[in-house]
Ligand binder design. Structure first.
Ligand SMILES: [Zn+2]
Length: 89
């Protein structure tokens, strides 16, 4: 997989009762890239997307950052799918 500056990234599944999303968190860059989200149509209709990406206040983004970057207990369910270390690729 080709991710910018892929040094310390983690592939997460973030879910609640209403939605499921897959994201990749780049821990070093403190950025979250949304791969898929079942709530995307809702965000699109409500015009909250920024250039097709989730805004920083998106609950999926917030939960992914809480889990992978800030090491806080996320408000959504977070499951670690894969850890992508630069060395192992
Ligand atoms: Zn979102």
């Amino acid at each position: 997989m080709d991710i910018d500056g892929l040094d310390n990234a983690v592939n997460l599944m973030v879910s609640s009762k209403r939605m499921v999303a897959k994201v990749i968190v780049n821990v070093n860059q403190r950025s979250v890239r949304m791969i898929s989200c079942t709530n995307l149509d809702v965000c699109f209709s409500n015009r909250v997307l920024l250039n097709g990406a989730c805004p920083p206040y998106c609950p999926v983004i917030v939960a992914a950052k809480d889990y992978a970057i800030w090491k806080r207990k996320p408000k959504m369910n977070v499951e670690e799918l894969e850890r992508l270390d630069g060395d192992n690729n």
